[in-house]
Write a protein that binds this ligand. Structure first.
Ligand code: BG6
Length: 508
């Protein structure tokens, strides 16, 4: 494993949720695992006027609440916070950046980091361009001494045009190699394990194509609603929030060709080729290939759950989708004719992200079941929770005759070893520190993903007759999503029943 050089991590938006819940706990974990450089400092930047000591106290609290580490010795947290600093400034004021530069020079000398700075923009996206321009004006983005890396969080624009504009502005100031676009799904162990499953095992890859695979389904379901993020979410919706990034990246890793090496660009080139091969959905086909929905109020286990339009920050006549399901094809040699179905939504019955590979049935059916329903093999790659893999196949039931039963072969990551699965942010922050951009979205991937979604965004904007279906909170989304999957007896896979049915069982 590469060792990171001494550095300073500057976090813009240090008083925000991301810093509290994810970034500080992740850096703390990296330090616990001895993955931080020998010398480093963390500099939080925020508007809130608070002393460095006050900020340290807040950060120790965040670590106590959100860290996944078992903290047996509280002094470890106290020691950790000694290298945290805070600077209050307005991100839009040019003067602030010269003060920031002076402060960085002082810390640089104190910690001996040789000009290596990482700038993490944990701010609303509208600030990215402003901060980048100001960093450049203050001479903080050039790499004459040490490296300068910039981390940005999604959304990378709101559509193709704004996505391109953001890339253009950033490229005027910094090179693509300096930009790390975080898609935290790529930091998940199980998402990375897709590469290993596919390319380290001889048995899967020969079957991984249109000859043996009937369809592929990717679900990313959440049981929570929009929580405190109604304002952001109402202007984004599930397509921008989840599909443009997380779901399409999972499609990319599932469908890509084997890369020639593990080099960042070798992998990202293959993902890009998948995005370039996505069959464009024509505007006139959007109503048939894309189903959008919005959760309505419901009673789950005797508790009232608020409908989306009544959430804080959401317009009462909002048409923003909290659920989206899409059917599409990938036009290439490997996948020609194989339908891909992806869906994501809030207030579904459970939290689960999984990729389901449905294999074709045998060409001749020797063992007809009494029910007459034929099953087919499924490989289920469970991204979260209970990370693992499940293979479903038919076995003979013991006894007379040939009664066939579908059984599970199940692997759970937690059985592998007594090792905590590291959080996505730990992995990704470490990768930025060592300069490995494999798990970060490249400019061309982002733009190609937007290009695929453009006709959907346009059809929704231009054609008010395309419905936003309501679905009761706690159910699996609009029933119309079932119509996407054609064929006798075929449906989405339902890992759990509807919660609104007041019954929960998980098969996994
Ligand atoms: C974020 C979205 O990117 O991913 C959120 O903005 C969503 O709306 C979250 O809740 C889901 O991430 P995870 O890791 O909990 O599946």
């Amino acid at each position: 494993m590469k060792k990171a050089k001494n550095l300073i991590i500057v976090i813009f938006g240090a008083s925000g949720d991301l810093t509290h819940r994810k970034l500080m706990p992740a850096i703390f974990s990296l330090r616990t695992q001895k993955l931080m450089p020998e010398k480093y400092a963390i500099l939080g930047i925020g508007r809130t006027k608070i002393s460095a000591e006050g900020f340290r106290i807040k950060m120790s609290e965040s670590i106590r609440v959100y860290s996944e580490e078992k903290i047996s010795d509280q002094t470890l947290v106290e020691t950790f916070t000694q290298d945290i600093y805070y600077h209050s400034m307005d991100n839009t004021s040019e003067n602030g950046y010269s003060e920031l530069k002076t402060l960085l020079q002082e810390l640089d000398a104190k910690y001996g980091v040789g000009g290596n700075y990482i700038f993490y923009m944990a701010t609303p996206p509208s600030m990215y361009e402003i901060i980048a321009v100001n960093l450049a004006k203050a001479g903080l983005s050039n790499q004459e001494s040490g490296f300068r890396r910039v981390i940005i969080e999604k959304p990378f624009g709101y559509d193709l045009q704004s996505g391109r504009k953001l890339n253009r502005t950033l490229h005027e100031i910094i090179s693509e190699e300096q930009i790390f676009r975080i898609d935290h799904y790529l930091g998940k162990e199980t998402v990375q394990n897709l590469l290993v499953t596919r390319f380290a095992n001889g048995m899967f890859e020969p079957l991984w194509n249109r000859n043996y695979i009937h369809r592929i389904e990717i679900t990313s379901a959440e049981n929570i609603g929009v929580e405190q993020r109604g304002g952001y979410y109402d202007s984004a919706g599930a397509l921008r929030d989840m599909v443009q990034n997380h779901l399409l990246q999972m499609v990319g890793l599932t469908a890509m060709e084997p890369p020639s090496s593990l080099d960042a660009d070798a992998i990202r080139n293959e993902i890009l080729k998948v995005f370039q091969s996505l069959q464009p959905i024509k505007e006139e086909d959007v109503a048939d290939q894309v189903i959008r929905g919005q959760y309505t109020g419901s009673l789950i286990r005797g508790e009232c759950v608020t409908g989306y339009r009544y959430e804080k920050g959401v317009a009462v006549d909002s048409r923003t989708e909290t659920y989206v399901a899409i059917k599409f094809f990938i036009n290439n040699w490997r996948w020609g004719g194989v339908p891909f179905y992806i869906r994501t939504g809030k207030r579904l019955p459970t939290k689960v992200t999984e990729i389901v590979i449905h294999f074709k049935q045998t060409p001749h059916h020797l063992f007809l079941r009494e029910s007459g329903i034929l099953s087919s093999n499924q490989l289920i790659i469970r991204i979260q929770p209970d990370e693992g893999m499940l293979l479903k196949f038919d076995m003979k039931e013991p006894g007379a005759g040939f009664n066939v039963k579908n059984v599970n072969m199940d692997f759970h990551y937690k059985d592998l070893a007594n090792i905590r699965v590291p959080s996505a942010y730990e992995r990704l922050l470490h990768d930025v520190m060592v300069g490995d951009s494999t798990l970060f979205s490249r400019d061309d991937e982002v733009e190609t993903a937007w290009k695929f979604l453009e006709p959907i965004q346009q059809a929704w904007a231009n054609n008010p007759s395309i419905k936003v279906f309501g679905y009761p909170a706690g159910t699996w989304g609009p029933e119309h999503a079932n119509d996407l999957i054609e064929g006798d007896g075929l449906t989405w896979r339902y890992p759990c029943k509807n919660l609104a049915d007041d019954e929960l069982y998980c098969e996994l």
